[in-house]
Write a protein that binds this ligand. Structure first.
Ligand SMILES: [Zn+2]
Length: 353
């Protein structure tokens, strides 16, 4: 039984791909569809999966076109607790199966890896009762993912190390490879007080194929934490920051404050007014190079990511995804360009721009 599970892992491809180079995983579907007007901030349930499946397929394709090696099924927060909250628990299975089918189709047509996804349940509090509830929530979602034929399962944005360990155990029992990423808020520790590297070491010991961090922190405040994780664990490390300019004083995107605008609902830019803090594509490229140079191979961008970020990350790692055909070439710009056929009068006028 165990031998066939190991053989299955080797056949599937994530681990093999990581052995020869980086794997890029685009995330951040909730934020992107909220921004576009197809799901609601606050509840953050991926209703777009049922309401507009063609748009979900389209965004998967845009991310693959930009360089994502993974099509992650949009089942983030498509779990029992979130659907209960909006009174739509009866749609749970349909939403999961639909999201998986959409992702599978795009993975098949593009050759990308097909990933299932589970995440923090928001009901874990550490007692036996919540542990049982959380496990059953993971079991139903992982079960649907396995039936859909995923290549591996991503368990993400856990702030409780113990909840992540339960997610990992459920994925392990399915025989699929597991990528587990923790979400680290202002304090550089899990909610039970483990350091990020301690949490990742425990997850690796329990059989996770890739361990690391995603979401919550921007490139600048995630890098030092993943450096410590890289030092501590033996296997593959993941780093998928949010593309926002977090810094030592405000290390998470929830803690960012906007000195230029004082009438924000709730008093903070998170989650609907983070626009002034978005990293440029060049900052994401810098992050990708720095993380890769320290030995981190599973890379991506989370909430706030756009295809331009993913393309920039891919190119920083030496790739030329299809979208690279349209990478900026300012030599052809009418005013700022250098092409000899451009009008000298316009190139002179550049000082007035
Ligand atoms: Zn995120």
């Amino acid at each position: 039984m165990q031998t066939s599970a190991v053989a299955d892992k080797n056949r599937i491809g994530l681990v093999d791909r990581l052995r020869v180079g980086p794997v890029i995983c685009a995330e951040g579907y909730l934020f992107e569809f909220e921004r576009r007007g197809y799901l609601q901030a606050g509840a953050f349930v991926p209703e777009v999966v049922l309401d507009h499946p063609e748009l979900v397929a389209g965004l998967h394709r845009e991310f693959v076109h930009a360089g994502s090696d993974v099509v992650e099924a949009f089942t983030y927060y498509a779990h029992r607790e979130k659907l209960r909250l909006i009174g739509k628990e009866h749609l749970l299975e349909e939403m999961n199966r639909q999201a998986l089918a959409i992702a599978k189709a795009v993975a098949k047509e593009s050759g990308a890896l097909f990933a299932g996804n589970i995440c923090n349940t928001n009901v874990f509090v550490g007692d036996d009762d919540s542990k049982r509830t959380v496990r059953s929530m993971f079991e139903e979602q992982v079960g649907w993912a396995v039936e859909a034929g995923v290549d591996f399962v991503i368990g993400e944005t856990f702030s409780w190390g113990e909840e992540a360990l339960i997610a990992l155990d459920v994925i392990n029992q399915s025989g699929k490879p597991a990528v587990i990423t923790m979400a680290i808020h202002q304090q550089a520790e899990t909610r039970e007080g483990w350091s990020p590297e301690e949490a990742c070491a425990r997850l690796e010991d329990q059989g996770a194929d890739v361990v690391g961090l995603n979401c919550i922190r921007g490139p600048r405040t995630m890098l030092p934490l993943v450096a410590a994780i890289r030092q501590r664990v033996k296997g593959h490390v993941a780093a998928l920051p949010v593309p926002y300019r977090t810094h030592d004083g405000e290390p998470s995107f929830q803690s960012l404050r906007d000195p230029a605008y004082h009438s924000l609902p709730g008093g903070r830019p998170f989650p609907t007014a983070l626009d002034p803090f978005v990293c440029s594509r060049y900052e994401i490229a810098d992050f990708a190079r720095e993380a890769y140079d320290m030995g981190i191979r599973y890379l991506g961008v989370c909430c706030g990511a756009g295809p331009h970020h993913i393309r920039s990350m891919a190119e920083a790692l030496g790739r030329t995804p299809p979208a690279s055909r349209y990478t900026a070439d300012m030599s052809k710009h009418a005013f700022l360009g250098t092409d000899s056929s451009l009008k000298a009068e316009n190139r002179e006028y550049v000082k007035e721009l």
